[in-house]
Design a protein around this ligand. Structure first.
Ligand code: NDP
Length: 312
């Protein structure tokens, strides 16, 4: 057990966390960053990243995050691979306890705990994750040029992703468990007008089918819940778009959250309901969920934390 007393504590090691760390360290404020269980965050479960500026060739998500970690270390961020399991923001300094029985106290905290994609929870989905199964069309759609793909879900994300994927894919099948979409009417109209998109209503995915060598998706076994019939869809990629869950359980009851459980930040800033606590990245962003946006808000949170400490 160790006790870390620092000016700034950063929780989370995705693009938001590392960027916040880099800015805080370069301001001479010696931050400590606690990585969380998924070191590097969600990008570590994608394959190639082509939309993060600065890399003329695709870069593996895991490598991009390792580069960010090395950059953070190089400018003086102290990184501890540990997971915060308890936070007390009711008094100052703010106190956090960890899985490894460490105690962290800080005058300012930047929350970058991210969000987790919701998954169907079937074993074959996990098996092909990163090899034909993805939770981000913006990240991976480009790799399906001229191919057949499916999207599962009926909300705005699923509809938006299905439409976006028609820029690349030959055909897109939207699979939804009911006979009505949850997405906005305007989005639905766009979807219905798109000739590349077909819809499997009242359907659930029973299994993702694929090859072992090389590992890759070749189809889906879907079941119609109304008549219990099953069929095989031949597709090359499945995009799971059934929602995200912000990683905010730790902060419930202490800090203001929005209706969907994301940390509420004020206007264009990263300030939360508690002065001295800032939030950056997907944990406060239900809309964009992009690495570059997370990095940008990590920078904003760091600059605001610096100002907060200066004004104290
Ligand atoms: P939502 O929660 O709105 O939708 C999730 C969808 O997934 C629902 O249709 C739901 O079905 C389905 N679903 C949930 N669990 C399962 C499961 N286990 N198996 C199969 N299907 C499942 O999430 P979104 O990510 O679509 O949107 C999140 C928020 O972000 C919303 O507020 C949305 O409006 C907003 N958003 C806005 C955009 C925009 O304005 N451009 C773009 C993207 C998102 P069911 O309907 O039956 O519950």
């Amino acid at each position: 057990m160790a006790e870390y007393k620092r000016k700034v504590l950063i929780i989370g090691s995705g693009p938001a966390g590392y960027t916040a760390g880099i800015y805080i360290a370069r301001a001479g404020l010696k931050p400590i960053l606690v990585s969380g269980a998924q070191v590097g965050g969600q990008l570590t479960i994608t394959t190639d990243v082509e939309n993060f500026p600065g890399f003329p060739q695709p870069i593996a998500g895991g490598l991009l995050m390792e580069n960010m970690r090395q950059q953070a270390l190089a400018v003086g961020v102290e990184i501890v691979d540990d997971t915060i399991i308890e936070a007390d923001f009711s008094k100052r300094p703010f106190i956090c306890n960890s899985e490894n029985h460490n105690l962290y106290s800080a005058e300012a905290v930047i929350l970058c705990t991210g969000a987790s994609a919701r998954w169907l929870g079937i074993p074959s989905e996990k098996k092909f994750l990163g090899f034909g199964v993805s939770a981000c069309a913006t990240c991976d759609g480009f790799f399906y040029r001229g191919k057949d793909v499916a999207v599962v879900g009926g909300g705005n994300t699923a509809v938006e992703e299905a439409i976006y994927l028609t820029n690349f894919a030959r055909s897109v099948t939207l699979i939804h468990r009911r006979d009505q979409l949850r997405a906005d009417k305007a989005m639905q109209e766009k979807l219905f007008k798109n000739h590349k998109i077909s819809i499997e209503w009242d359907s659930i995915i029973e299994e993702v089918l694929g090859n072992e060598k090389p590992l890759g998706v070749t189809g889906l076994k879907i079941k119609n819940v109304k008549d219990d019939s099953s069929k095989i869809l031949n597709i090359d990629g499945l995009f799971v778009a059934i929602g995200h869950k912000p990683n905010t359980d730790l902060f419930k009851g202490q800090i203001a959250l929005d209706n969907d459980g994301y940390i509420a930040t004020k206007g264009k800033s990263c300030a939360t309901s508690i002065p001295g606590i800032f939030a950056a990245g997907d944990v406060q962003d239900p809309n964009y969920r992009q690495a570059i946006v997370a990095a940008g808000t990590g920078c904003i949170a760091a600059l605001e934390a610096e100002r907060f400490l200066m004004d104290k």
